[in-house]
Design a protein. Structure first.
Length: 86
């Protein structure tokens, strides 16, 4: 039997995760709201940033200070609601 001990979501990419009481899975199996937002380096167009290499996203491995930032979100109720608190 499978048992889930803890649910952890990462609402802001590269920032420490937060423990959540409940979560919803999206169509591809990811938690809704997980890594929905990211920090982008100054001067980088967020629409052109890429995940790999020098893509412009702030990365916790390269910038340890990012771990001083925290984020959280709550799942809103209703079919059209989306998480928005960051």
């Amino acid at each position: 039997m499978v048992r889930i001990g803890e649910l952890v979501a990462y609402p802001l990419k590269s920032v420490d995760g937060v423990s959540v009481d409940r979560a919803e899975l999206g169509p591809k199996g990811a938690l809704r709201g997980d890594r929905s937002y990211a920090l982008v380096e100054t001067g980088v167009d967020p629409h052109e940033a890429s995940v790999g290499g020098d893509g412009g996203y702030v990365n916790g491995k390269r910038e340890p200070a990012v771990h001083a930032v925290s984020a959280s979100y709550e799942l809103a109720d209703g079919p059209d609601a989306t998480p928005t608190a960051v």
